[in-house]
Structures are given as C-alpha cells and as structure tokens.
Design a protein around this ligand. Structure first.
Ligand SMILES: [Zn+2]
Length: 424
C-alpha cells in the first residue's frame, strides 16, 4: 500500500512540473488579455476589455508551466480540449493590494489588468484564478479564445525607438528587462539613457545578478512624456506623463505606482520582455514593485539604487517586505491559520515548508531580535508591515532596509531559482 502511495505521489509531482512543447502549441509572439477588475473588500469581478496580438515573445520556450505557486493570482492556459495545461504564470496586482485598504471597505473601484502568454496556434481556454482566504487558488474568470478571431487587436500604437542596452543574446534563454521612461521629456531622453546605464551598472554589482550578467538583457523604449517628473498629490504637483505614475498610492507618500497598465503594456511590447521596470524622473524617495506586474523607482534620490534592487525582489521573485510599517498585529493582514505564500515570510504555522531546514539547531525559534544572532538564519519577528506574528529569515536583508546591500540567504536562493527558470 505504501509503495502505491509513494508511486502516486511521485507521479503527481512529476506531472505538475512537466513542461510542454512550445512549438506544438505556440508561435513566437504574444497574446495579451486585458481585463478590468472591479469590486471592494467583500467581492470582486473580472470584466473583458480586449485581446491583443504583440510582435515578440520574450519568455522561456522551455519553461512554460509555473512551478513556484507565488502571487495572489494565477493565469492558466489550457489547450482546446480544456484538459491540458500548456502555460501558467503567477502574479499579483495593485487592485489586490487596494483590497486591504480602508477605502475598499467604503467604496467600489475598478483597476485595469493585463496578462500575457505566448500566441496559441489552436483554440485555448484562459483561466484566471485568485487565492481565497485559505490561500487556495480558485477560478474567477474563464475565456475561450480562437487565435484566428478577427477582433484580436493587431494595432501597433505609437512606434518608438528602442535600444538593447545590455545584450547577452537570445531572449528565450535570457531574462529580459525592459526599462520604460516615465516623466522624461523629449529633451531628457539622453538623461534617461544615462540614468538607465547607471542603474544597470549598480544592478550588476548585487548578487546573484552579478554572477549572472551573461544571462540578462536590458532593453529601453524611448517614449517621451509631455512634462518632466511625476504626480505628487500630497504636494499638489500634477504632471502630464506617458505612464501616469504618482506618489501617495493608498495615501502612503513614498508608494510610487501607476494604474495605467494598458499604456505600460503598449510600450513594453516594442521589445521582447519578462520584467517591466519604470524609471521615474524624480529625486523624491520612493518606489513600488508587484510580482510579475511592474517595478517603479525614481532616478535621482540618494537611495534610488538600493530601491531599484529592492523593488526588483518583489516583482521578479515575489519576495515580501521584511520590515514593519503601520500594523501592530498579523491578524490585521493575514489569515493566521495558513502560511503566507511569500517564500521569505512565515507565521510559523508550517515552518517546515519554508526555510526551517536552513536554521542551525542552536538558534532559538522565534529568534531573539538582538545582535547575538545578527548573521544567523532564524525566524525574526516583524515583517510585511506587521510588528507581531510574522517572521523574517535574517536580522537584516535588502528586503528589509536600504542599509544592507545583500539579499538574505532565503531571498538570494529565491532570486537565483527564478533566474534559472528564465534562462535555462
Ligand atoms: Zn530576505
């Protein structure tokens, strides 16, 4: 009996991670599905916006099924029978973050959303899933797509000049990061180019990017804004910019985001890409990074370089913030009966599923937050904006403060695994 059980378990594990043939199902370009999510703290709905064909596919042609299970949402693509999973990708959204705000308890709002997948050869089923309160994915939207359907938008809007600033080779076996300019006027395009180069130089000083330089491409799209800078509502500063970014997201001064996902996708589609980085022409401190959604940081703050890699930890490897900020107890943000999905956070409900195997047997759990265990791996209380009940792997980490220039071992490992996924 036990043998049969082991066999079934092994079979199910291999079938989950088995990859499918790109050439059997896909063409080397992108199908984009745009939608609107509307709702509030209690309920939300997904509404169809458009299907779009884009000219490049920057993702892996080998690793089409997401093995990580990170993010608040999961995109799944099935073949025409609806039975064979041929593509999947986890992601998070600004709408999902907004759900946790007080505003979402009082009013309903809509946010534009967009997911991409390689362009199918045959009919497909698209499924969008989100996590319920117990962190289990459930399907919230389904759409059957015929790739020959003539309403799939093929319009090429606003063609801008592009540049491959760091060229390491074939996009299908490299991590491709597109840097988009926000709040740079036509006269400031040289500044954008120089700013981008400065950030790339710093990016490659940080491990494990440093050791993987030959696996990473950087692209830019030279799209100017009418005005310089970005919106700062708290200072009554409003600028006409191409990606409509703003500080004071959810009334947090330093939280820099944009809701203009449609324009972001239109600009990014100029090149093959896996990750989108929006460089905002400002000296104000701030940024934002959401898993497989986008990164933002400002160009000219003294801490911008540190923010650049911190935000990339969120958007690229789904890492959670490891600092406390505004919440006293975990129950305000987390269902404490299940582990949070972020790889670098735990509530010790199922610590074995996280980094317990890396903790030395002489290190107490939870680990005292004092100098004694400063360079040890443990479970240090205080993370993900919460003072009590959520734990981080190390005393300090790039996901906790700008004072340290390195990722803790748990975050480092997550970044490295993600790099491998895009580049093998
Ligand atoms: Zn960390």
């Amino acid at each position: 009996m036990r043998k049969i059980l082991v066999f079934i378990l092994l079979w199910s594990l291999t079938s989950v991670s088995a990859q499918v043939s790109f050439d059997k199902y896909f063409l080397p370009k992108t199908l984009r599905f745009d939608y609107t999510t509307g709702g509030n703290a209690d309920t939300s709905y997904v509404y169809f916006e458009q299907l779009k064909e884009e000219p490049f596919w920057g993702g892996s042609k080998k690793n089409l099924i997401d093995p990580f299970n990170y993010g608040d949402y999961m995109l799944q693509v099935f073949d025409s029978t609806g039975k064979v999973l041929i593509y999947s990708k986890g992601f998070s959204t600004l709408f999902r973050e907004w759900i946790d705000t007080d505003e979402a308890k009082k009013l309903s709002r809509t946010y534009y959303g967009s997911v991409i997948m390689p362009y199918p050869k045959q009919k497909i089923w698209i499924k969008l899933q989100n996590r319920n309160k117990k962190q289990v994915f459930q399907t919230v939207y389904e759409l059957k797509v015929d790739p020959t359907y003539y309403f799939i938008n093929k319009e090429r809007v606003n063609q801008y000049q592009t540049e491959k600033i760091q060229d390491s080779g074939d996009p299908s076996v490299k991590l491709d990061i597109v840097v988009l300019p926000e709040g740079y006027t036509a006269q400031e395009m040289t500044k954008f180019r120089n700013d981008t180069k400065r950030f790339i130089e710093y990016f490659f000083k940080v491990s494990p990017f440093k050791e993987n330089k030959q696996n990473i491409n950087f692209w830019t799209v030279m799209a100017p804004s009418a005005e310089s800078g970005t919106d700062i509502p708290g200072e009554n500063i409003w600028k006409k910019t191409i990606l409509n970014s703003n500080f004071y997201t959810f009334d947090s001064e330093r939280y820099l985001t944009t809701r203009d996902v449609k324009e972001i996708r239109d600009l990014a589609a100029h090149v093959p890409y896996d990750q989108i980085y929006i460089l905002v022409n400002s000296s104000k401190y701030g940024g934002g990074g959401i898993y497989n959604y986008y990164n933002l940081c400002t160009s000219d703050n003294g801490e911008s370089e540190e923010v650049f890699t911190h935000e990339f930890g969120h958007a690229f490897a789904a890492l959670g913030d490891e600092y406390e900020y505004g919440y006293d107890k975990a129950e305000d943000l987390f269902d404490m009966s299940v582990e949070p999905w972020q790889v670098n956070l735990t509530n010790l409900v199922d610590f074995n599923s996280k980094w317990k195997n890396l903790v030395d047997k002489n290190t107490p759990l939870p680990t005292p937050v004092n100098g004694e265990f400063k360079n040890k791996i443990g479970a240090f209380e205080g993370a993900s904006y919460v003072k009590k009940g959520i734990y981080r792997p190390e005393f300090d980490c790039k996901m906790r403060s700008n004072a340290t220039k390195t990722f803790c071992p748990v975050c480092y490992d997550a970044v490295l695994k993600m790099l491998k996924f895009y580049t093998e």
